[in-house]
Ligand binder design. Structure first.
Ligand code: AKB
Length: 313
């Protein structure tokens, strides 16, 4: 296919898998991976890679011109837990990287943009169950504030300048290829590693903390479906609610126990508990389903089987 793609933040949890799937779909040479550090072997070896700081407009513009890039996936971000520790660095990275890409779109240097938002855009006053697409938000974390502001800017650039920017409010993502870093939902990946390594896990969230979660394969499929969707069908240009499963640490532990009967979990909530408590428990993603046919495929038992099987290898 005649399309050239740049991924910023290609070495992170989502970027690594997204890059490989896009390379498979469109060809290795037309998908340029970039990050501020080098990534894993397959990602580095299978196609072009550029060391790139997502906050450096000129450097990104050079790469866009050099490879004649049409689509940009901006996956570089500082996640919720780290952002609480470094608020200004988080704001700088999360907002300036977005402005860089939106401005490339505004100046018609690229045609299409994907930018990830998060369930973190919601806050303690948002309805917790089946959180609607349009509702009271008031995020109470640095990360959530940056994502909500980003959503407003996406919609503004879309309406005002006709920028084709598309976005998803990712829930916590569970994956085995690359670990997440600095998020509140990271426990849902760590727990599988520890179950295999130590048959025990000390969770930093309380046992009943119910959060929306999704397996990475579903998240990548959602991302690519949204990018492939007919622009005329997209009624949301801020960011789409995206749901799959909702579960607690204790429910994940139970599903692990059916594979590893002597697995034990303990709970020692830390500062991340407050972040988790401010987020929804479940998501109403009916607009994504209606507009571009979203449907998740992995339930918790299937996720647990896949995680344990692949991590064992
Ligand atoms: C985080 O925990 O910060 C992220 C997210 C839900 O956006 N995984």
């Amino acid at each position: 296919m005649d399309k050239s793609i740049l991924i910023l933040g290609a070495c992170g949890q989502i970027g690594t898998e997204l890059t490989m799937v896009l390379r498979q779909k469109y060809g290795n040479d037309v998908v340029v991976a970039s990050d501020i550090r080098e990534g894993s072997g397959p990602l580095m070896e299978s196609g072009p890679f550029e060391l790139l700081d997502a906050t450096n407009y000129e450097a990104i513009e050079d790469v866009v011109m050099h490879y004649e890039i049409q689509e940009v996936y901006l996956m570089a971000a500082m996640l919720s837990a780290t952002a609480e520790k470094f608020p200004m660095r988080a704001w700088n990275l999360n907002m300036n990287s977005l402005f860089n890409i939106l401005n490339l779109g505004k100046d018609k240097k690229i045609d299409k943009i994907f930018w990830p938002s998060s369930i973190a855009v919601f806050g303690p006053n948002t309805p917790k169950e089946h959180t609607p697409q349009h509702t009271l938000m008031e995020p109470s974390t640095v990360y959530g504030i940056s994502k909500q502001s980003g959503e407003r800017w996406c919609e503004y650039y879309s309406k005002k300048f006709g920028v084709d920017v598309r976005s998803l409010r990712y829930p916590g993502l569970i994956s085995w290829k690359t670990s997440p870093g600095g998020g509140t939902t990271d426990y849902a990946v760590e727990i599988y590693h520890k179950a295999l390594e130590e048959k025990a896990y000390n969770c930093f969230l309380s046992e009943g903390t119910k959060l929306p979660m999704m397996y990475m394969d579903d998240a990548i499929r959602a991302t690519i479906s949204l990018m492939d969707a007919n622009a005329g069908n997209l009624t949301v240009r801020s960011s789409y609610n995206l749901g799959a499963i909702s579960c607690t640490p204790s429910e994940i532990a139970q599903s692990i126990t059916s594979h590893i009967p002597d697995f034990e979990i303990s709970y020692e909530p830390d500062f991340r508990q407050q972040i988790a408590d401010s987020w929804p428990s479940s998501i109403d993603d009916s607009m994504a389903r209606e507009d571009w046919g979203w449907k998740p495929t992995f339930d918790l038992n299937r996720i647990t089987s896949e995680m344990l099987e692949n991590l064992k290898k």
